[in-house]
Design a protein around this ligand. Structure first.
Ligand SMILES: Cc1cc2nc3c(=O)[nH]c(=O)nc-3n(C[C@H](O)[C@H](O)[C@H](O)COP(=O)(O)OP(=O)(O)OC[C@H]3O[C@@H](n4cnc5c(N)ncnc54)[C@H](O)[C@@H]3O)c2cc1C
Length: 413
């Protein structure tokens, strides 16, 4: 297979690069000022992220994969990958729009009414409004359909009570996509309805969770008698699971747009060239070279699996189990590479912080943050289940609660 750019793709790459060169600063091996932040998004980072998104939107470089009718460029999946590869070469603020642009927006395009699309998509695209995903609960993560947050109809409103958890960005988001249970008398997948909620509604309390890297990327979100207008319901009552699947399939599709550089092979080579082992550059050491080469082989395999996903997307197909394979191996690879980079630094590998550690502490931050990536969007075990069932054809997980009314499913106190 030849993965070089076609003449059209090469022309698109030049166009993207030219715009980026005039509007952003190239990334060096010193990385970006935002890279070692953990998930600390304060006022300054939020303003920078919104400014960058607005600049892209004004120039027609925002949400390339969105249809033109919604302000995008109708870009092919390959053009989207090319843009991500080029943008990654520049110092840009943290991307706070993954959930909005990659998941909520595409869901509204399929299941939202024309009025809802008009109301939310333009300000989502321009970056003025930021979105979060209120799906997971303390007892519903991998088994999302087991969620308990309730939505009770009251005239033109729904009254929502319950708790969500691990909600990335809730503390600065304007809107959230929410799945709640409108009827516990139905089987668990059937009793769900999907809403858009204004994150500043009375009755919403957001409590940040401090992560292992010191950042506060996600939150607990409590709902006490929160009133959501029925006009914010997406899809029919009881269609929540079907709408949520669209959101989750889009989450999976974004995995395929990761480029090989996402694993940091070039950064690891740069680090090994700067450090010394036995009085010589680490990069000259045969054992170090062998280890980096073995990482590179896996990175290439994952990257090429990503190309298969892009190729599926180009043909209008949703990605199959390749996305699970890619995330399972890719997340583990990033963690292993970061651990090795810290080992290479010897005792200094234990230091964290932009000023003290090599590469501005990038490896230490990656090592701590990636454990979460092995859980978010499908844990290692759940991905293995998908591969077992859909690739290897092994029998499906036992589902003792199949067809049972949600309120009759036994649960702990
Ligand atoms: C960094 C990060 C950001 C996140 N952001 C968001 C967000 O913005 N919005 C949101 O709604 N959620 C978010 N999440 C939550 C995420 O979707 C859940 O953590 C994930 O779905 C796993 O659910 P859980 O934590 O409840 O673990 P559980 O589902 O309780 O899993 C616990 C353990 O049991 C294993 N397990 C579960 N089911 C099976 C099975 N069938 N077979 C074998 N093993 C199994 C799991 O692999 C895991 O090891 C985020 C999580 C992280 C880490």
């Amino acid at each position: 297979m030849d993965f070089s750019d076609t003449p059209e793709e090469a022309a698109f790459r030049v166009q993207a690069r030219t715009w980026l060169e005039t509007n952003a600063t190239p990334r060096t091996t010193e990385g970006s000022e935002y890279e070692s932040l953990g998930e600390r998004i304060g006022e300054a980072e939020l303003a920078a992220a919104k400014g960058w998104q607005k600049k892209k939107a004004d120039a027609g470089w925002a949400c390339l994969h969105w249809p033109r009718a919604f302000g995008g460029r109708d870009a092919t999946p390959i053009q989207t990958v090319i843009w991500s590869q080029e943008e990654a070469r520049f110092k840009t603020p943290p991307n706070i729009y993954l959930i909005g642009h990659g998941m909520a927006g595409p869901t509204l395009m399929i299941h939202g009414s024309a009025e809802q699309q008009q109301r939310w998509l333009p300000r989502m695209l321009s970056g003025e409004e930021v979105w979060c995903q209120l799906f997971s609960e303390p007892s519903a993560g991998s088994d999302l359909a087991g969620l308990r947050t309730s939505a009770v109809r009251d005239g033109d409103y729904w009254v929502v009570n319950g708790q969500k958890i691990w909600t990335t960005g809730a503390q600065f988001c304007d809107w959230g996509i929410l799945v709640a249970r409108h009827d516990p008398g139905l089987a668990k997948h059937s009793g769900l309805t999907y809403f858009v909620v204004d994150m500043r509604s009375p009755g919403i309390e957001i409590r940040p969770i401090t992560q292992i890297d010191g950042g506060q990327g996600f939150n607990e979100v409590f709902f006490t008698d929160v009133r959501i207008p029925d006009s914010n319901r997406i899809g029919e009552v009881g269609e929540g699971w079907r709408v949520a699947i669209t959101t989750l399939m889009n989450e999976r599709a974004t995995v395929g747009t990761l480029s090989g550089d996402a694993f940091g092979s070039a950064d690891l080579i740069d680090l090994a060239a700067r450090l010394e082992v036995d009085g010589a550059p680490a990069l000259a050491n045969a054992a170090v070279r062998e280890k980096i080469a073995s990482f590179h082989v896996i990175a290439k395999g994952v990257e090429l699996t990503g190309r298969r996903i892009v190729s599926d997307l180009s043909q209008g197909k949703m990605p199959g189990p390749e996305a699970s394979l890619m995330k399972l191996l890719g997340a583990r690879l990033i963690q292993d590479m970061a651990a090795y980079a810290m080992d290479l630094q010897g005792e200094a590998g234990a230091m964290v912080g932009v000023d003290d550690a090599a590469h501005q502490g990038r490896w230490q931050y990656r090592y701590l943050a990636i454990s979460g990536f092995r859980i978010a969007g499908g844990t290692d075990e759940v991905l293995r289940n998908i591969i077992a069932e859909r690739v290897l054809g092994l029998p499906a997980d036992v589902r003792a609660d199949k067809g049972m009314a949600f309120r009759d499913i036994p649960r702990g106190g």
